[in-house]
Write a protein that binds this ligand. Structure first.
Ligand SMILES: Cc1ncc(COP(=O)(O)O)c(C=O)c1O
Length: 393
């Protein structure tokens, strides 16, 4: 019966991250620096709110867009965090994680033949959904632009079929963010064109140099903002995302969302209400730890002589391994087998990630130290053996 399936579903590839994690699981004594979620527990007060909700039998369907009380609390939270002005009743939808917000947004705006411009390397969660819609991902090489999708690069990729530009900053896998000036130039380029921006801001609370800035401030009418609590409050398993869009767009996204999931989990919504009401600074404590780890990891990679762009957000760093003359998959496999360290091959993040590896610093400093010690030894040995070959020995 498999041949009867939607070819677009059959063609979806298992993500490179998943494939590599399966290989890692077959090895013992591995320091894995591959994870894409915070290593902290969900804050205690948030868990307590969920327990209370269960005890009080808050176990029914909720309004499709989420409890109004939660949307109002999210409205206030985002007003204070990012100076957002979205109406709780008509412009905010509570989703099942950022992933489902992305899915609902794409399925609402995309038709077959539409093109979606995205920076590469990129998080692998967008491309399969765009393909399922019959639209075309147009991934732009950002490797010689510090991994930033600039207004100039977007301009070069625009065609009459362009329907959307994805701005996933701070970025997974590179940790790079766009500044206010850079976002303003993109907004100026796109203003008035029939093009949406899908701004995935799930790492917005994890920025290290300057506060996060949203393109929605300058391009509100054309922008759909994706956010949520997975990364800021270490709530990946609770599945709570937020979608912000102007009323006329949100009302259509809400229909797609409604026929997909009805609503986000009632218990998780009560936990989310506590998080955004009394957990305004929860992310700060985690952010301090990430910042220390970032500085440590960056210094170590630089001292190993690896070419690396210093991240200013999220919890990933993306060093180049081009000097070793191996594919990112072969490099990661050799590192796993010879040194017992797991990093995600850059090719998991589109073809423009080839030549890089992703290291997650959502791990304790002790784990990072051990992983980096092993990586350093591996790099030294690789260089020595390359030297030997070059010398013709
Ligand atoms: C850029 C980006 N967007 C969205 C998601 C998905 O977030 P959620 O777990 O809330 O669905 C991730 C998860 O790693 C991500 O890195």
């Amino acid at each position: 019966m498999e041949h009867l399936l939607n070819p677009k579903a059959r063609e979806i590839e298992i993500s490179g991250i998943r494939k590599f994690s399966n290989l890692v699981a077959q090895h013992e004594d591995v320091i894995s620096l591959t994870i894409g979620q915070p290593d902290f527990f969900t804050p205690h007060h948030v868990k307590a709110a969920a327990k209370k909700a269960i005890d009080e039998n808050v176990t029914s369907y909720t309004p499709n867009a989420g409890y109004l009380e939660l949307r109002q609390a999210v409205q206030l939270y985002m007003k204070k965090k990012a100076d957002f002005n979205y109406d709780a009743e008509s412009e905010i939808i509570i989703t099942t994680g950022a992933s489902q917000a992305i899915d609902a947004a794409f399925r609402t705006i995309l038709s077959p033949g539409d093109e979606v411009i995205m920076p590469g390397p990129i998080y692998p969660g967008y491309e399969p959904i765009i393909n399922l819609c019959g639209a075309k991902p147009v991934i732009v090489d950002t490797t010689s632009h510090g991994f930033k999708l600039t207004a100039r690069l977007i301009e070069d990729a625009l065609t009459p079929n362009t329907k959307c530009v994805v701005l996933p900053y701070p970025s997974n896998p590179t940790g790079v963010t766009l500044s206010e000036e850079e976002l303003k130039s993109i907004a100026a380029l796109l203003k008035g064109r029939n093009v949406f921006v899908l701004s995935d801001e799930i790492y917005s609370e994890l920025t290290y140099d300057r506060p996060h800035y949203s393109i929605a401030t300058h391009l509100r009418d054309q922008t759909i903002v994706i956010n949520g609590l997975s990364k800021s409050h270490s709530m990946t398993g609770w599945r709570i995302g937020f979608l912000f869009a102007p009323k006329d767009i949100a009302k259509h996204i809400l229909k797609v969302h409604q026929y997909n999931v009805s609503c986000a989990s009632s218990i998780s919504q009560k936990a989310a209400l506590e998080a955004v009401t009394n957990g305004f600074d929860d992310a700060l404590i985690m952010r301090e730890q990430y910042k220390k780890r970032l500085d440590y990891v960056y210094d170590r990679l630089v001292s190993m002589g690896l070419d690396v762009v210093k991240p200013s957000g999220a919890f990933y760093i993306f060093p180049s391994i081009k000097s070793f003359g191996m594919s990112s998959f072969d490099f990661s496999m050799a590192l796993l087998e010879d040194a017992g360290v797991a990093l995600v091959p850059g090719s998991s993040f589109s073809k423009y990630g080839e030549g890089y590896v992703r290291l997650s610093f959502a791990y304790s400093l002790d784990t990072l130290r051990e992983g980096l010690d092993r990586l350093e030894l591996f790099v030294l040995k690789k260089r020595e053996s390359m030297q030997t070959i070059n010398n013709g020995v």
